[in-house]
Design a binder for this molecule. Structure first.
Ligand SMILES: [Zn+2]
Length: 269
Protein backbone atom coordinates (compact mmCIF):
# COMPACT_ATOMS: atom_id res chain seq x y z
CA UNK A 1 0.00 0.00 0.00
CA UNK A 2 1.27 3.46 -0.92
CA UNK A 3 2.41 5.63 1.96
CA UNK A 4 1.00 9.12 2.28
CA UNK A 5 3.50 11.83 1.33
CA UNK A 6 1.66 15.11 1.68
CA UNK A 7 2.58 18.77 1.42
CA UNK A 8 -0.14 20.74 3.18
CA UNK A 9 -1.25 24.11 1.86
CA UNK A 10 -4.16 26.29 2.82
CA UNK A 11 -6.27 25.54 -0.27
CA UNK A 12 -5.19 21.99 -1.07
CA UNK A 13 -2.91 19.09 -0.19
CA UNK A 14 -0.24 17.87 -2.58
CA UNK A 15 0.28 14.11 -2.61
CA UNK A 16 3.46 12.69 -4.13
CA UNK A 17 2.99 9.34 -5.82
CA UNK A 18 6.09 7.30 -6.68
CA UNK A 19 5.71 6.49 -10.36
CA UNK A 20 7.51 3.91 -12.49
CA UNK A 21 10.16 6.43 -13.53
CA UNK A 22 9.28 9.75 -11.87
CA UNK A 23 7.02 11.27 -9.23
CA UNK A 24 3.46 12.25 -9.98
CA UNK A 25 1.63 14.86 -7.90
CA UNK A 26 -2.02 14.75 -7.05
CA UNK A 27 -3.29 18.14 -5.90
CA UNK A 28 -6.29 17.41 -3.69
CA UNK A 29 -8.98 20.00 -3.13
CA UNK A 30 -12.17 19.42 -1.18
CA UNK A 31 -14.26 19.05 -4.33
CA UNK A 32 -11.78 18.08 -7.08
CA UNK A 33 -8.26 16.90 -7.86
CA UNK A 34 -5.57 17.95 -10.36
CA UNK A 35 -3.02 15.44 -11.66
CA UNK A 36 0.54 16.67 -12.35
CA UNK A 37 1.49 14.91 -14.62
CA UNK A 38 0.18 11.91 -16.58
CA UNK A 39 3.15 9.64 -15.80
CA UNK A 40 4.18 6.47 -17.63
CA UNK A 41 1.45 4.29 -19.03
CA UNK A 42 1.96 1.80 -16.19
CA UNK A 43 1.45 4.53 -13.56
CA UNK A 44 -2.33 4.44 -14.09
CA UNK A 45 -2.63 1.63 -11.55
CA UNK A 46 -0.50 3.51 -9.01
CA UNK A 47 -2.67 6.62 -9.15
CA UNK A 48 -5.86 4.53 -9.07
CA UNK A 49 -4.57 2.68 -6.00
CA UNK A 50 -3.61 5.93 -4.30
CA UNK A 51 -7.02 7.55 -4.89
CA UNK A 52 -8.99 4.56 -3.69
CA UNK A 53 -6.82 3.07 -0.93
CA UNK A 54 -5.06 6.12 0.50
CA UNK A 55 -7.42 9.02 -0.14
CA UNK A 56 -10.67 7.06 -0.23
CA UNK A 57 -11.82 9.10 -3.22
CA UNK A 58 -13.00 7.99 -6.66
CA UNK A 59 -10.56 8.48 -9.56
CA UNK A 60 -13.29 10.50 -11.24
CA UNK A 61 -12.57 13.28 -8.71
CA UNK A 62 -9.56 14.07 -10.95
CA UNK A 63 -10.98 16.91 -13.04
CA UNK A 64 -7.89 17.52 -15.16
CA UNK A 65 -4.58 15.82 -15.96
CA UNK A 66 -1.59 17.82 -17.15
CA UNK A 67 1.10 16.68 -19.57
CA UNK A 68 4.21 18.78 -18.87
CA UNK A 69 5.98 17.60 -22.04
CA UNK A 70 6.12 14.80 -24.59
CA UNK A 71 8.34 12.23 -22.88
CA UNK A 72 7.09 8.70 -22.03
CA UNK A 73 7.30 9.18 -18.25
CA UNK A 74 5.10 12.32 -18.43
CA UNK A 75 2.76 11.83 -21.39
CA UNK A 76 2.55 8.02 -21.26
CA UNK A 77 -0.71 7.72 -19.32
CA UNK A 78 -2.55 10.64 -20.95
CA UNK A 79 -4.65 8.85 -23.54
CA UNK A 80 -5.63 6.13 -21.06
CA UNK A 81 -6.77 8.67 -18.44
CA UNK A 82 -9.16 10.12 -20.99
CA UNK A 83 -10.29 6.78 -22.42
CA UNK A 84 -10.85 5.00 -19.11
CA UNK A 85 -12.20 7.84 -16.97
CA UNK A 86 -13.07 10.67 -19.35
CA UNK A 87 -10.51 12.90 -17.62
CA UNK A 88 -9.61 15.81 -19.91
CA UNK A 89 -5.94 16.31 -20.77
CA UNK A 90 -4.16 19.66 -20.92
CA UNK A 91 -0.82 20.30 -22.61
CA UNK A 92 1.14 22.81 -24.68
CA UNK A 93 -0.31 23.51 -28.17
CA UNK A 94 2.77 21.99 -29.87
CA UNK A 95 2.76 18.76 -27.86
CA UNK A 96 1.76 16.53 -30.78
CA UNK A 97 4.34 17.90 -33.19
CA UNK A 98 7.17 16.36 -31.18
CA UNK A 99 6.67 12.78 -32.33
CA UNK A 100 5.18 13.63 -35.73
CA UNK A 101 6.30 12.07 -39.04
CA UNK A 102 9.09 9.52 -39.60
CA UNK A 103 11.59 11.40 -37.40
CA UNK A 104 9.04 11.66 -34.63
CA UNK A 105 8.18 7.97 -34.99
CA UNK A 106 11.86 7.10 -34.52
CA UNK A 107 12.30 9.53 -31.62
CA UNK A 108 9.25 8.07 -29.89
CA UNK A 109 10.72 4.55 -30.04
CA UNK A 110 14.16 5.77 -28.93
CA UNK A 111 12.63 7.70 -26.00
CA UNK A 112 10.72 4.60 -24.91
CA UNK A 113 13.98 2.62 -24.94
CA UNK A 114 15.76 5.40 -23.04
CA UNK A 115 12.98 5.47 -20.43
CA UNK A 116 13.24 1.71 -20.03
CA UNK A 117 16.98 2.08 -19.57
CA UNK A 118 16.39 4.69 -16.84
CA UNK A 119 13.97 2.28 -15.11
CA UNK A 120 16.58 -0.50 -15.39
CA UNK A 121 19.21 1.81 -13.82
CA UNK A 122 16.75 2.56 -11.00
CA UNK A 123 16.54 -1.22 -10.52
CA UNK A 124 12.79 -1.06 -11.14
CA UNK A 125 10.99 -4.17 -12.35
CA UNK A 126 10.47 -3.52 -16.07
CA UNK A 127 6.94 -2.46 -17.03
CA UNK A 128 5.12 -1.49 -20.20
CA UNK A 129 6.33 1.85 -21.57
CA UNK A 130 5.01 2.13 -25.16
CA UNK A 131 2.28 4.72 -25.40
CA UNK A 132 0.32 6.73 -27.92
CA UNK A 133 2.47 9.20 -29.88
CA UNK A 134 -0.38 11.70 -29.96
CA UNK A 135 -1.84 13.23 -26.82
CA UNK A 136 -4.62 15.19 -28.61
CA UNK A 137 -5.10 17.51 -25.64
CA UNK A 138 -8.62 18.54 -24.72
CA UNK A 139 -7.23 21.88 -23.53
CA UNK A 140 -4.20 23.58 -25.03
CA UNK A 141 -2.29 25.59 -22.48
CA UNK A 142 -0.84 28.80 -23.85
CA UNK A 143 1.83 30.64 -21.93
CA UNK A 144 0.41 32.68 -19.02
CA UNK A 145 -3.04 31.05 -19.26
CA UNK A 146 -5.06 30.00 -16.23
CA UNK A 147 -5.42 26.23 -15.89
CA UNK A 148 -8.99 25.12 -16.72
CA UNK A 149 -11.02 24.29 -13.56
CA UNK A 150 -8.02 25.34 -11.43
CA UNK A 151 -7.67 29.10 -11.92
CA UNK A 152 -5.25 29.36 -8.98
CA UNK A 153 -2.66 27.67 -11.23
CA UNK A 154 -0.99 29.52 -14.09
CA UNK A 155 0.83 28.09 -17.11
CA UNK A 156 4.38 29.01 -18.01
CA UNK A 157 5.90 27.87 -21.30
CA UNK A 158 9.44 26.87 -20.37
CA UNK A 159 11.14 25.33 -23.44
CA UNK A 160 14.66 23.94 -23.24
CA UNK A 161 14.43 20.23 -22.42
CA UNK A 162 11.91 19.90 -25.25
CA UNK A 163 10.13 22.71 -27.07
CA UNK A 164 6.74 21.95 -25.48
CA UNK A 165 7.63 21.99 -21.77
CA UNK A 166 5.23 23.78 -19.47
CA UNK A 167 5.41 24.59 -15.77
CA UNK A 168 2.45 25.16 -13.47
CA UNK A 169 2.67 27.96 -10.95
CA UNK A 170 0.44 28.70 -7.99
CA UNK A 171 1.18 32.26 -6.95
CA UNK A 172 -0.87 32.20 -3.75
CA UNK A 173 0.74 29.01 -2.47
CA UNK A 174 4.19 29.98 -3.88
CA UNK A 175 4.43 26.58 -5.49
CA UNK A 176 5.92 25.61 -8.86
CA UNK A 177 5.79 22.35 -10.79
CA UNK A 178 8.42 22.72 -13.54
CA UNK A 179 8.12 19.21 -15.03
CA UNK A 180 11.59 17.98 -15.96
CA UNK A 181 13.34 21.35 -15.87
CA UNK A 182 15.32 20.46 -12.82
CA UNK A 183 16.15 17.26 -10.98
CA UNK A 184 17.02 17.06 -7.28
CA UNK A 185 18.86 13.83 -6.56
CA UNK A 186 20.62 13.10 -3.27
CA UNK A 187 20.41 16.77 -2.31
CA UNK A 188 21.99 17.99 -5.55
CA UNK A 189 20.35 19.86 -8.42
CA UNK A 190 20.82 18.61 -11.97
CA UNK A 191 19.75 19.74 -15.42
CA UNK A 192 17.24 17.65 -17.35
CA UNK A 193 18.63 15.16 -19.84
CA UNK A 194 18.83 16.09 -22.65
CA UNK A 195 18.74 19.84 -23.15
CA UNK A 196 18.01 20.32 -26.83
CA UNK A 197 17.44 24.07 -26.78
CA UNK A 198 20.06 25.55 -24.43
CA UNK A 199 19.34 29.20 -25.27
CA UNK A 200 15.64 28.68 -24.54
CA UNK A 201 16.45 26.75 -21.37
CA UNK A 202 18.46 29.69 -20.11
CA UNK A 203 15.56 32.08 -20.76
CA UNK A 204 13.17 29.65 -19.05
CA UNK A 205 15.36 29.55 -15.94
CA UNK A 206 15.40 33.37 -15.95
CA UNK A 207 11.60 33.42 -16.01
CA UNK A 208 11.32 30.94 -13.16
CA UNK A 209 13.85 32.91 -11.10
CA UNK A 210 11.44 35.85 -11.19
CA UNK A 211 8.61 33.91 -9.55
CA UNK A 212 7.67 34.22 -5.93
CA UNK A 213 8.23 30.56 -5.02
CA UNK A 214 9.15 28.63 -1.91
CA UNK A 215 8.19 25.08 -2.96
CA UNK A 216 9.32 23.41 -6.17
CA UNK A 217 7.68 20.05 -6.86
CA UNK A 218 10.24 17.87 -8.60
CA UNK A 219 9.42 14.98 -10.93
CA UNK A 220 12.84 13.35 -10.60
CA UNK A 221 13.99 13.46 -6.98
CA UNK A 222 12.90 15.35 -3.90
CA UNK A 223 10.99 18.62 -3.73
CA UNK A 224 13.05 21.80 -3.36
CA UNK A 225 12.17 24.14 -0.50
CA UNK A 226 13.78 27.53 -0.91
CA UNK A 227 13.60 31.09 0.32
CA UNK A 228 15.68 32.18 -2.66
CA UNK A 229 14.41 31.05 -6.08
CA UNK A 230 16.88 33.41 -7.78
CA UNK A 231 19.75 31.42 -6.25
CA UNK A 232 18.21 28.10 -7.32
CA UNK A 233 17.68 29.12 -10.94
CA UNK A 234 20.95 31.05 -11.22
CA UNK A 235 22.67 27.83 -10.17
CA UNK A 236 20.66 25.91 -12.78
CA UNK A 237 21.79 28.41 -15.41
CA UNK A 238 25.41 27.98 -14.37
CA UNK A 239 25.12 24.25 -15.06
CA UNK A 240 24.38 25.06 -18.70
CA UNK A 241 27.99 26.24 -19.13
CA UNK A 242 29.43 22.90 -18.04
CA UNK A 243 30.54 20.46 -20.77
CA UNK A 244 28.46 17.32 -21.40
CA UNK A 245 29.53 14.18 -19.55
CA UNK A 246 29.37 10.75 -21.21
CA UNK A 247 25.77 10.14 -20.17
CA UNK A 248 24.42 13.51 -21.26
CA UNK A 249 26.24 13.49 -24.61
CA UNK A 250 24.95 9.97 -25.30
CA UNK A 251 21.37 10.98 -24.44
CA UNK A 252 21.75 14.11 -26.58
CA UNK A 253 22.95 12.11 -29.59
CA UNK A 254 19.89 9.88 -29.33
CA UNK A 255 17.48 12.81 -29.09
CA UNK A 256 17.95 14.63 -32.39
CA UNK A 257 15.19 13.06 -34.52
CA UNK A 258 12.11 15.05 -33.58
CA UNK A 259 10.92 17.32 -36.41
CA UNK A 260 10.64 20.10 -33.82
CA UNK A 261 14.35 19.88 -33.07
CA UNK A 262 15.23 19.71 -36.75
CA UNK A 263 13.15 22.79 -37.47
CA UNK A 264 14.90 24.68 -34.68
CA UNK A 265 18.33 23.66 -36.00
CA UNK A 266 17.45 24.79 -39.53
CA UNK A 267 16.30 28.18 -38.27
CA UNK A 268 19.25 28.69 -35.97
CA UNK A 269 21.86 28.03 -38.67
ZN1 LIG B 1 11.59 14.66 -20.06
Amino acid sequence: MALKAVVEHTDYNVHKIDGYICNLFLVEYEDKMLLLDCGSISDIKRVEGYCINVLGRPVSDIKLAIVSHSHPDHAGGAVIWRKKYGIPIAAHPRIDFWYEGPGGFLQHKVDCYLATWVAYRKKAKLERILFSRKVKPDFVLQDAAEVPFFPDWQVLHIPGHTINDIALYNRKEKTLYPGDCLMNLDGKLYLPIPILFPDKMEASFDRMADLDVNTILVAHGEKVLTSDPVKVFTYMKSLLDKPFNTLTSLAYRFSLYSPEYRKYKRHSQ
